[in-house]
Write a protein that binds this ligand. Structure first.
Ligand SMILES: Cc1cc2nc3c(=O)[nH]c(=O)nc-3n(C[C@H](O)[C@H](O)[C@H](O)COP(=O)(O)OP(=O)(O)OC[C@H]3O[C@@H](n4cnc5c(N)ncnc54)[C@H](O)[C@@H]3O)c2cc1C
Length: 406
């Protein structure tokens, strides 16, 4: 029987514990928090977007997104769904592929998983901070804040630095480095962005729907339409989180990052110019500030007009065609420079991590050190918003767990 140490009692560690223990291994999970699965509890605004039915490598970023392909095939959605049923967890499957527990409570995911892990016979040590992992012949010595123990196999499932308030650490990278693994530089992802703008802080608290286009070194890198929210530091909202991985990666590499907001994505510039001209003809004595308030939030109107150099009290009949065009253009393409992200504390996940080039995707074992395994977010794999990050954590954890029991 293999003795297995799993460092980290998060999504990937618990999944690995379940499969390793079911496979007959003697499993010990080390978790430095007072309880396991804190990110599971906090996920999806307390609802846990547990998986996505449609996940493929295209939903991930990293040096080699195809690294996930084998794992996602092994833990395909139907397999995961029946696994959930077998531990008493029913799923609510949304049309776009996102899945949540039927209870709509993240708590139920953790309760089901934790009891399955215990029933399988794995031991969970909480308040046990692992401080080092050393090799001794073919075995490993795991030193924790409580003791020192010997194991045949070790899984590093310590996650990333994102959300340190939930117990996240960068320890996994240090352990990996101590075994000569390469770490791809990490960066916050699914995170809010800082803008260099005198207007953004003044619009703090204003929420609207916009088409957000990301520009890197002046080149369009894609667009997302969804909620945006101005904040004292810059901008937040689901559309911003969705473009944040590419933005944050570019900032890490010192590229120039900006966003362009289309505040009325229903119109192109010409259609909007025509609409504004028609609207202004109906209300010629209205001032431009009030006239635009029927189209978008009032605070946005105030600062957008300031940026356009148009006096708020100007009667719409006094605007010349060039000015109307300028306003329409700014509504369709209001540009902001991105200076930073809001940091790991506010990020849901991290990009970068242990290089997947040194990991066998079919076993999750290190190609450098026999018996050493990696799973989950500690690896250089980061998913989109929508259940993809748990998806890979479950899949890689399952594979590592099965393999470590062999
Ligand atoms: C607020 C929030 C919401 C999220 N919502 C979603 C969502 O709805 N859907 C989705 O797919 N993803 C979501 N994510 C991302 C998802 O939670 C992670 O991708 C996933 O938890 C990664 O699993 P993991 O096992 O790799 O790491 P984790 O779940 O972070 O687990 C790592 C564990 O290791 C422990 N640890 C670290 N260092 C040590 C050490 N030295 N000794 C002992 N223990 C240690 C940590 O305390 C932690 O419990 C969310 C993340 C956050 C922060």
């Amino acid at each position: 029987m293999n003795s297995v140490a799993i460092i980290g009692g998060g999504a990937s560690g618990l999944m690995a514990a379940l499969f390793a223990a079911r496979g007959g291994a003697d499993v010990t999970v080390y978790e430095h928090n007072s309880s396991v699965g804190k990110k599971i509890l906090a996920s999806g605004n307390g609802r846990c977007n547990i998986i996505n039915t449609t996940a493929t490598h295209a939903d991930y970023a990293g040096s080699d997104p195809r690294f996930v392909t084998y794992a996602l095939k092994q833990l395909n959605f139907h397999y995961f769904q029946s696994l959930c049923h077998s531990i008493g967890l029913l799923l609510d499957i949304k049309e776009d592929g996102r899945c949540y527990p039927l209870s709509n409570e993240a708590k139920s995911v953790l309760i089901a998983l934790k009891s399955a892990v215990s029933q399988a016979g794995a031991h969970i040590l909480t308040e046990s901070l692992v401080t080092s992992i050393a090799q001794e012949g073919e075995a490993f010595i795991v030193t924790s804040s409580n003791d020192k123990r010997r194991y045949d196999r070790v899984l590093i499932a310590t996650g990333s630095e994102a959300a340190p308030q939930l117990g996240a650490t960068a320890d996994g990278y240090a352990f990996a480095r101590s075994f000569k693994h390469e770490i791809i530089p990490t960066y916050p992802s699914l995170v809010q962005l800082h803008l260099s703008s005198k207007y953004a802080p003044k619009m703090a608290g204003v929420k609207t729907v916009a088409k957000v286009t990301l520009m890197i070194d002046g080149k369009k890198e894609g667009s997302v339409t969804g909620d945006i929210l101005f904040t004292p530091y810059g901008i937040s909202g689901l559309a911003i989180l969705d473009i944040s991985q590419k933005a944050s990666h570019a900032l890490l590499h010192k590229q120039r990052v900006s966003i362009s907001l289309n505040l009325l994505p229903q119109f192109d510039t010409q259609a909007l110019t025509n609409t504004l001209e028609k609207l202004f003809a109906v209300i010629p004595t209205q001032n431009i500030q009030n006239a635009l308030c029927g189209l978008m939030p009032a605070k946005i109107v105030t600062y957008l007009l300031d940026d356009a150099g148009v006096v708020l009290s100007t009667h719409v009949s006094m605007l010349n065609p060039k000015e109307v065009k300028k306003i329409a253009h700014l509504i369709g393409e209001w540009k902001f420079e991105v200076t930073d992200t809001h940091g790991f504390k506010h990020a849901e996940v991290s990009g970068g991590g242990v290089s997947t080039a040194q990991i066998n995707p079919k076993t999750m074992e290190s190609k450098l050190i026999k018996g050493l395994y990696f799973a989950g977010e500690v690896l250089d794999v980061v998913g989109k918003r929508g259940g993809y990050n748990f998806n890979f954590a479950w899949a890689s954890g399952m594979i590592a767990g099965k393999e470590m029991a062999k």
